[in-house]
Design a protein around this ligand. Structure first.
Ligand SMILES: *Cc1c(COP(=O)(O)O)cnc(C)c1O
Length: 480
């Protein structure tokens, strides 16, 4: 399988090259040149075995033996929670993606991708130091730190918006151990952090300077193909569980409703559909930052709008990078995609044609749900079934109720409710202690279920990183 840039058709690269590089040299994103069809019978396979079947179709330069050992290392810590699909009778089906080490779905990609990167460098005989820069709205940062800490030949620097994450998310990052890690709070919001990182990637002089030192920059954000490929797996795995549980018969279409920020998670579902999985519609759920809902309804992408800090911070994004991949696949026109992206960075908006919009709308539905709407769903679902969701999942649950039609609709549950204890307590009408760890204890008592140890332990871990920087200083960090 070869990969090419969404903004230029000429140069094709291997999976190892796409994963070690991150962003294509022309600023585009790497996409597969074809969609492999899933031919294997996945019934009865473990999560790791399913991962190998999916990944070997895309990562053809890696051996299946390597992929198997990488999948085993990556998903061991999930216990039997990998890809867990839970039916709440009368209310819906949840794909719980938060049984990994950092309690959010990004672990699926970020526990595996570090192995793909290290092996990719070996395949390419690349001995340079990889400096990974990560802009995070909260969950990517910790998941990337956990995945890359302590790996040889790799350094990682994480940038999060100051005051833009929950206290627990922040502590997860600033307490990270390991000699090769660093964490910075950036003044501004997620888009400031992301644009600072993008600027570092685009800086030719900096690249030259680093090359002379035997180093280069790479990305762990979902612009990296190594983030997307592992996320395709759980759509297949979930479908097999639905068949095994008798929720659907094989071949019957299933809709997925995905709480969306950078459009990576939902796009992985679109790839699964291209590979032959019977995916009906993909429902894109947004919070108050409803740029994608507007785009999917009107064809106008307008990032020049107020930015809201919400109860679902990992979706607080105005520039959804992975949409570029979908636009490329739908149009097969790299020059057109480049023009849209140039217009976006110049004018903050672009508009696609009616034909392109209609093609996208064949698969994608959308809804945006505000904090009050999501909180109501947390409360009523809990009251009626005892099932507790986090605020991101609740946005998707509400969107699914609004948009779901006749198909079974799976809601992707992207974070543990214990990761956002204050918001969840508030939603269910309980008093919210100031201190987030008090809130965590309260929520445990309220729900009568234990919170994940990894979250409880944060309270006593030493804080290692306290630096606050301007977004312009991201370049200096990248240089250093
Ligand atoms: C990152 C994240 C999302 C959004 O996922 P994208 O791939 O960026 O669309 C949703 N929920 C949670 C909990 C997240 O961490």
């Amino acid at each position: 399988m070869e990969y090419r840039s969404t903004r230029g058709n000429d140069q094709k690269v291997s999976a190892a090259k796409a994963i070690t590089t991150g962003l294509a040299p022309d600023g585009g994103l790497y996409v597969p040149c074809a969609f492999p069809k899933m031919q294997a019978d996945l019934s009865g396979l473990t999560y790791e075995q399913t991962a190998v079947e999916v990944l070997k179709l895309f990562l053809t330069d890696y051996t299946p033996e390597f992929l198997q050992s990488a999948a085993e290392k990556a998903y061991r810590s999930f216990g039997d929670g990998a890809g867990k699909t839970v039916s709440v009778p009368g209310h819906g089906v949840f794909l719980e993606l938060w049984h990994g080490p950092t309690c959010a779905f990004k672990d699926y990609a970020l526990q595996l991708m570090p192995h793909l990167l290290v092996e990719g460098k070996k395949l390419l005989d690349d001995k340079r130091l990889t400096h990974i820069l990560v802009a995070t709205s909260g969950d990517t940062g910790k998941a990337a730190l956990a995945g890359y800490a302590g790996l040889d030949g790799i350094r990682i620097s994480v940038f999060y918006p100051q005051d833009g994450t929950s206290r627990i998310q922040e502590l997860q990052m600033v307490t990270q151990t390991g000699e090769n890690v660093a964490v910075y709070a950036v003044k501004g919001n997620f888009d400031d952090a992301q644009s600072g990182v993008k600027r570092a990637f685009g800086d030719k002089e900096l690249a030259q300077e680093l090359a002379e030192k035997g180093a280069y920059l790479s990305s762990a954000n979902s612009i990296n193909w190594g983030r997307l490929a592992p996320q395709i797996v759980y759509y297949f795995y979930c479908y097999e569980q639905l068949v095994a549980q008798g929720t659907v018969t094989r071949g019957q279409a299933v809709d997925f409703c995905v709480p969306t920020g950078n459009f990576g998670d939902i796009l992985a579902g679109w790839y699964a559909k291209q590979m032959g999985l019977p995916v009906g519609r993909l429902i894109c759920a947004s919070n108050e930052n409803d740029v994608l809902t507007e785009f999917l309804s009107t064809g106008v992408y307008n990032a020049r709008r107020p930015f809201y800090k919400t109860e679902s911070p990992s979706m607080d994004i105005l520039v959804s990078s992975n949409l570029e991949r979908l636009l490329y696949h739908v149009t097969s026109d790299a020059a057109q995609v480049k023009e849209w992206m140039d217009t976006l960075s110049r004018e903050g908006r672009y508009e696609v044609s009616e034909a392109v919009l209609q093609e996208i709308q064949k698969t994608f539905a959308c809804a945006s749900v505000d904090a009050a709407g999501a909180a109501e769903e947390i409360a009523s679902l809990y009251k009626e079934s005892g099932y507790l969701m986090d605020p991101h999942t609740a946005v998707a649950y509400a969107a699914a109720k609004e948009q779901a039609k006749e198909n079974v609709c799976v809601v992707l549950s992207t974070a543990s409710p214990y990761k956002f204890p204050g918001s969840v307590l508030k939603a269910v009408g309980q008093p919210v202690p100031q201190d987030e760890f008090e809130a965590l204890k309260e929520l445990e008592q309220f729900s009568k279920l234990p919170a994940p140890e990894a979250l409880k332990n944060l309270q006593t871990m030493p804080v290692r990183f306290t630096q606050i920087i301007e977004k312009e200083q991201i370049l200096d960090v990248a240089r250093g």
